[in-house]
Write a protein that binds this ligand. Sequence first.
Ligand SMILES: Cc1ncc(COP(=O)(O)O)c(C=O)c1O
Length: 375
Amino acid sequence: MKAVAAQDVIPLVDLKAQYRALKPEMDRAILEAVEDGRYVLGPAVARFEEAFSRYLGVKHFLCCQSGTSAIALMLQAAGVGPGDEVVTTPLTFFATTEGILQTGAEAVYADVDPGTLNLDSAAVERAVTPKTKAILAVHLYGQPADMDALGEIAARRGVLLFEDAAQAAGAASQGRKAGALGRAASFSFYPGKNLGAYGDAGGIATDDDAIALDVRRRRDHGCDIKNRHLILAGNARLESIQGAVLGVKLPHLDAWNAARRRHVEAYRRALAGIPGLSFIAERPGMASNHHLFVVRHARRDALLEHLRGQGIQADVHYPVPSHLQEALGPRKGRPGQFPAAEKAAAEVLSLPLFPELSEAQLTRAAAAVRAFAGA
Ligand SMILES: Cc1ncc(COP(=O)(O)O)c(C=O)c1O
């Protein structure tokens, strides 16, 4: 096969294109953070926390080192720990499970809805036991999970409801922002996210003063006052440069998400009617931020190989569901336990999607999918 020239490769995301568009403003903000001299949890972080809490419509937003640490800090601050169970989805990045296990609690899985691939609330109901302390919903690919149904179960069964909003910056459910839909929410600002830092970063959103105070301590060695350690915690502080980067990007988030939506609509038109190809269902009232554009195909691996051979950097989110990951050791589940999640893991494929994606790139990617299907 002929090698694809570098300029003809279509990346899954193009972070350099976004930097080029923001360069003067971004360079100034980063330099300011360097000149300021307060390099960790400095004023640029505080300014972003204030701006993002306003954007989400929550009382508190606290930055930390990553989306994974945000999950652990949020759950620990709400009292989740050894002896507790947290019900979550097996179809997510494995960090959702890691964050739960870091608290000492057990992760208990419930299957996903085969259309949206978000948690199936009936399956969640069946997974709740007397040991369940919390439900951790993931807004997969940026579409909010059914927080109304999950909230009803949580209230009736006396458990807490949290969001892993790592993929959902700017998404909304019935006009309310993802991140403001549960007791607290964790975010990841990993570079490839819709709102991404220039390194690792994350944070926790909540209206709950006690959770916010506890997170504030836990991210910084369990202290309010230097050398007075109130909780055995550790270090999950964010660097000020990342706060500066996020502060420059936040005002652009809605426009970027709108551009993503236009691309998704164009993809859906271009890919309509291809035999064997299907889309992820969108529920009414849910405004996805379109973190990923995911299609399904029974011959996914062959489709992936075909696209990559043409320089189209499609990818898979996620090929191995969490309950089947080796890292779980004796906790590892069995194939067949969560059929909808396992079928999706074998069929999903993410096509290139980022705000700066050109019409020509999109057309070429869609044509390559169509050619594979012979349609
Ligand atoms: C659903 C989900 N949860 C958690 C994480 C973990 O975030 P991080 O990589 O910032 O630790 C990610 C992303 O990486 C994610 O997609």
